[in-house]
Design a protein around this ligand. Structure first.
Ligand code: NDP
Length: 508
């Protein structure tokens, strides 16, 4: 993330522009940047998809998305019209080479500088290679820093397919022109992990195996798969969440201090973590990884249908909607410290949280009672904040020790609503800063770490699905995974803290 906000004039081409992502995320984020006066001057957006739409139909569709999903409470007609005058639509098949030839002509006549051109692939992933191949025909991209391509997730579905897509991209673009999105990295708290770790002198000396007992990363969703059953059936929680979001969070927690905040320095340090993850052999998969699928249940007081009853999901689907994994990182800092990762849909609460559980005090003179060890919780969702659990003397005439939370949330402290992840990421693409995006080697290494689990789970289908009810914290096997080490899943700090305040944790 650069601190210089001046941006060259820009044309953004959105492939798959008639789709859900464009309407819910990309255009609302661009509109929010426009309202904040952060869009380049001038800019232009060209939407491409197969559906025949006029420019006006397209703009109306986008306006509905902005009304619903941007950070603005109301869409002002005058501002919208000004924004929408920078948008047009091209109805096309993605293999029509004529379209690609005419795509880069003439929009920028009269502009003050040569435009940057952002090619945003928001189509289903099966189309990525076709579009990249077509773009390659025009042979104008390589080495031109002003041409950038943005690729949505999923980036492949295993190591082999990711390598294939990387090599298709590498035929047309230099790595520095490729922006692979993991939208988690655009979240404010995720970026704050770096500031928290490396702008405060107190953490680094204790951020290691001597002081930390273990680390837990939980990303749980209450919602089921909803309308995305068709996609999710071929993905599952391991591909959809662990390979990208949770492994990236783990890298941020475990990485060594960077010498600078240059994009490649941060990415080098993160990929070092992936290289240091102890491989899980095929024989060890069931010892280190647990999968689950939700059955019907109750979430937030509402009846929820089983995953297998969702639209576009097979009646006997073997797709996992929950994963828990234990990793070790074989380096000096983390030797012997387990990292427990879990993620799921249809779970009790919507929470994304990283907890570092410190070792217990070596000796305490107060009583024979066990004192809860210190815990640092980095909260990403639903509220962004930091919680440190410490011990204090309870006021009174006897020495009684009680846990006390030191807690801050972003909105309370900064009184400023965080930009959406897509806003941050789009601005970085327009400024040419790839620091929050995945490099080819990171993506491939993340797939490589999971290869044995993907293979074994495919070879040995789970016969016990569904194995947790919607509204639970996942299957019993996940409890056993951590209990075998004498530990348990920590109740998310945000829920605990808010429950104590008495107003629940429902920030939705
Ligand atoms: P959609 O299914 O809505 O598809 C996007 C557009 O692609 C559609 O409007 C459609 O336009 C076109 N399309 C659909 N099927 C095909 C096909 N078989 N061949 C060619 N074009 C097709 O996807 P989303 O917008 O939900 O997602 C786009 C990308 O973003 C995907 O890679 C997805 O994984 C990723 N993503 C999406 C998220 C989301 O919340 N939606 C979140 C994270 C990532 P038309 O028919 O007009 O050509």
């Amino acid at each position: 993330m650069l601190d210089d906000l001046s941006i060259d004039p820009t044309v953004i081409y959105i492939f798959g522009a008639s789709g859900d992502l464009a309407q819910r995320k990309i255009i609302p984020a661009i509109y929010d940047l426009f309202i904040k006066d952060l869009m380049p001057k001038p800019f232009f957006i060209i939407g491409l998809a197969r559906t025949p739409l006029t420019d006006d139909d397209f703009r109306q569709q986008l306006r509905r998305g902005v009304g619903q999903f941007s950070q603005q409470s109301k869409v002002d007609d005058e501002i919208w019209n000004k924004f929408a005058s920078n948008i047009k639509y091209i109805g096309t098949e993605y293999n029509d080479s004529n379209i690609y030839r005419s795509l880069f002509a003439d929009i920028e006549q009269g502009w003050r500088a040569t435009a940057s051109r952002i090619l945003y692939l928001a189509t289903p992933p099966e189309m990525f290679a076709t579009i990249v191949g077509q773009l390659g025909q025009s042979n104008v991209f390589r080495g031109k820093e002003k041409y950038r391509i943005v690729i949505e997730k999923p980036f492949g579905r295993d190591l082999k397919s990711a390598q294939k897509l990387n090599s298709a991209l590498a035929k047309v673009f230099d790595e520095s022109q490729i922006y692979r999105i993991d939208h988690y990295l655009g979240k404010e708290t995720v970026q704050n992990i770096l500031a928290f770790r490396f702008a405060n002198a107190m953490w680094e000396p204790i951020w290691n195996r001597s002081f930390i007992d273990h680390v837990q990363i939980t990303v749980s969703e209450q919602v089921g798969v909803g309308r995305r059953g068709g996609y999710y059936e071929h993905a599952g929680a391991l591909r959809d969440m662990i390979q990208n979001h949770l492994l990236q969070l783990m890298c941020l927690v475990a990485m060594e201090p960077p010498t600078s905040f240059q994009a490649d320095e941060i990415r080098n340090k993160k990929v070092d973590v992936l290289h240091a993850i102890r491989p899980i052999s095929r024989d060890e998969v069931f010892k280190f990884a647990v999968r689950g699928q939700y059955g019907s249940g109750i979430v937030a007081g509402e009846n929820v249908a089983a995953y297998r009853e969702e639209p576009n999901v097979a009646e006997h689907s073997g797709t996992e909607t929950f994963v828990a994994i234990k990793f070790y990182i074989d380096n000096w800092r983390w030797q012997g410290v387990p990292f427990y990762l879990r993620t799921g849909k249809g779970m009790e609460a919507r929470v994304s949280e990283i907890s570092l559980q410190f070792r217990p005090v070596p000796h305490h003179p107060f009583s024979k009672r066990v004192i809860e060890p210190n815990r640092l919780a980095i909260q990403i969702e639903p509220k962004e904040g930091i919680m440190l659990l410490t011990q204090a003397k309870e006021p009174g005439l006897v020495m009684k020790i009680k846990p006390v939370e030191m807690h801050y949330t972003y909105d309370e402290v900064f009184q400023y609503s965080s930009p959406g992840a897509y806003e941050t990421l789009l601005l970085d693409v327009m400024r040419g800063d790839p620091g929050l995006f995945m490099r080819a080697d990171q993506v491939e290494m993340a797939w490589s770490v999971l290869s044995s689990i993907l293979e074994v789970w495919q070879d040995i289908p789970e016969v016990g699905f569904p194995n947790y009810a919607a509204g639970e914290w996942g299957p019993q096997e996940a409890e056993r995974l951590i209990a075998q080490d004498g530990r348990s899943w920590l109740f998310p700090a945000c829920l605990e803290f808010e429950n104590k305040k008495g107003d629940g944790c429902d920030y939705n």
